[in-house]
Design a binder for this molecule. Structure first.
Ligand code: MG
Length: 330
């Protein structure tokens, strides 16, 4: 099959800049692509890299799109190199949307999609204390809070207030983005274990996400067997290759999967089916186009009814106008 290929780069400004241990993030840059097959079936895809997280850069993705001809084949789509995981996702999901027949599959999956619980992202630091309520009113019952951004003593104090303010049965995830030292990671895990053991809080600390930098895999493996509180790997498993390597080295904790940068959807499906890993699916701050494909994978592959990390609508303006402007010159 041959496909007509068109693409448009985009930039979207966050309503409030996103602060993590990696720094401040103000503008999301990505690429929307369109494949039209010989029967005129149209599929949309999105390339939304996060280079500081382990994917290609936006420039590398743009270079790849620019060097392609206006007409491509299945071979083009399925032979994108592993160094371009966000491109693999964008092209393959556009193919699935149109030619690959995901349109029909989507109908069956839509009910599964609506029943998936969502995790809402709280701002880092003290701001979390007056933001959770708004998200709670929107229906969120699982929250993620970034740690490793401010001094640990301050964050532990805010944490103390937060866990006593959140309503019973709320689930809380702590995401360090690899920003803790080994001692700090121990202190957080110990604190969480202790709260649980004493039955002091009516909420559940679901897991601590990526406590240490990617290079310290062995330390995280050790921590995961030393504490009750679960650990989820995120930065360590950004791409399929990394995910497989961590699994091979014995990781049986939680894997955070960001479909937008992990690589080929078909190979991800294969890996998840083969190994039945405990996964949490998460956004890369993509638009509705990438989100549709990512959510489809989440609905298919999520285990243990874990909330998916797509509760990020409040970080951007409404999408419709933006999208019309992007494509009206096509
Ligand atoms: Mg994370």
């Amino acid at each position: 099959m041959r496909y007509q290929f068109k693409f448009r780069p985009y930039q979207r400004r966050f309503l409030r800049s996103l602060t993590t241990n990696h720094g401040k993030w103000d503008i999301r840059e990505g690429i929307i692509l369109r494949l039209t097959d010989e029967t005129l079936k149209v599929g949309w895809g999105e390339i939304a890299p996060i280079s500081w997280f382990g994917s290609e850069t936006i420039e590398q993705a743009l270079d790849f799109c620019r060097q392609l001809p206006g007409e491509i084949t299945d071979e083009t789509i399925f032979s994108i190199p592993d160094e371009l995981p966000a491109c693999q996702f964008g092209f393959e999901s556009a193919w699935e949307w149109g030619s690959g027949g995901a349109g029909e599959k989507n109908l069956n999956l839509s009910s599964a999609l609506y029943s998936l619980p969502y995790s809402g992202l709280l701002p880092s630091g003290e701001a979390a204390l007056n933001q959770w309520e708004k998200l709670w009113q929107q229906g969120y019952r699982t929250f993620k809070w970034k740690i490793g951004v401010y001094a640990i003593a301050d964050e532990l104090k805010i944490f103390e207030s937060l866990i006593h303010t959140l309503p019973a049965f709320t689930k809380l995830r702590l995401d360090a983005n690899g920003g803790l030292s080994y001692e700090e990671a121990n202190l957080w895990l110990w604190t969480c274990d202790n709260l649980k053991a004493n039955g002091k809080i009516p909420i559940e600390i679901e897991f601590i996400e990526q406590p240490l930098p990617v290079e310290q895999f062995q330390e995280m493996l050790e921590l995961s067997t030393s504490y009750e509180t679960a650990i989820a790997l995120d930065e360590s498993v950004a791409t399929l290759g990394q995910l497989a390597a961590c699994y091979q080295q014995g990781w049986r904790g939680i894997f955070v999967i960001k479909p937008g940068i992990v690589g080929s959807p078909s190979r991800l499906r294969k890996f998840c089916h083969q190994h039945q890993i405990d996964t949490v699916f998460s956004s890369v701050f993509e638009t509705a186009i990438g989100r549709q494909a990512a959510l489809q994978l989440a609905a298919e592959l999520s285990q243990n009814n874990r909330a998916i990390g797509f509760g990020i609508d409040h970080f951007f303006e409404k999408e419709e106008t933006w999208f019309q402007t992007l494509w009206n010159d096509l």
